[in-house]
Design a binder for this molecule. Structure first.
Ligand code: ZN
Ligand code: ZN
Length: 260
């Protein structure tokens, strides 16, 4: 069964999605679902999050959702990767038997990529170059994660006219990310959030074709849904892309890779 391997319910501070609604929507589509709530240990220092944090209680999460866990629902987490959160992430992951751990870059030097501050005084080459360099370092420093989330996260929010990570422009930095992913046995996620245009698909195609070329075999497909409408979004396009590149869709159960 194909799984939507990236979704957020109300255990994530930025989502109000109810587990039962999410599950019903996935069942309608004939796909499985993995909840991957936000655990961003460093965010509480950020000036934008004075009254908010992106943490949750792992034991409460498990207690509430474990009865729903089964053949079409697995329980994971999305940890934010920062130099200051490595120990905290590992400790958190050990609290309950998560099925899948996504590691993601959401902030750099305490600046959330979502907000304009990160881009201030930087041209695209600087902003994207630093983002990819930090990602490569963080992959190497966090080999315990199963999946690297949304490599194109920065393209959602960057203020530049061309928001894509052009492989031609950033080939050295992208190659280092992919090399570290492969060296550590981490699997790339194909995030479907932005996969609704040809330009995005073409740019991501270059990145995932390079992943395959360097030895990548597997990919998880995830919508990053925070609302039911987004569950399974653009999955047809994602499946076509993955098939075209020659990657195999997988998901994780009890931290072990499973074939779709
Ligand atoms: Zn994320
Ligand atoms: Zn997410």
């Amino acid at each position: 069964m194909l799984y939507d391997c990236h979704s957020h319910t109300e255990f994530s501070s930025d989502s109000q999605m109810k587990a039962a609604d999410a599950l019903a929507t996935a069942r309608q589509q004939g796909i499985g679902l993995i909840f991957t709530e936000h655990y961003d240990f460093d965010y509480k220092e950020s000036k934008h999050y004075k009254d908010m944090d992106f943490l949750f209680d792992a034991k409460a999460y498990w207690e509430q959702y474990e009865p729903l866990r089964g053949s079409d629902l697995l329980l994971g987490v999305e940890v934010g990767l920062t130099p200051g959160s490595i120990g905290a992430n590992q400790e958190f992951i050990g609290e309950v038997p998560f099925d899948q751990v996504i590691g993601s870059i959401h902030a750099i030097d305490q600046l959330d990529i979502y907000y304009p501050d990160y881009y201030e005084g930087k041209n695209k080459e600087e902003a994207y170059g630093q983002y990819l360099a930090v990602m490569a370092d963080m992959v190497q420093a966090n080999p315990y994660i199963d999946v690297l989330g949304h490599i194109d996260y920065i393209s959602r929010y960057a203020p530049y006219e061309d928001k894509e990570i052009g492989y031609r422009q950033f080939h050295d930095q992208v190659d280092l990310v992919l090399k570290n992913v492969l060296d550590t046995g981490i699997i790339m996620e194909l995030n479907t959030r932005r996969l609704d245009s040809k330009a995005v698909a073409e740019s991501l195609l270059m990145l995932y074709a390079r992943y395959k070329e360097l030895g990548g075999q597997y990919v998880t497909i995830g919508s990053d849904a925070h609302k039911v409408e987004a569950i399974g979004m653009n999955f047809k396009m994602a499946q076509d892309l993955v098939e075209f590149v020659g990657l195999r869709p997988v998901y994780f159960k009890e931290r072990h890779l499973q074939y779709v």
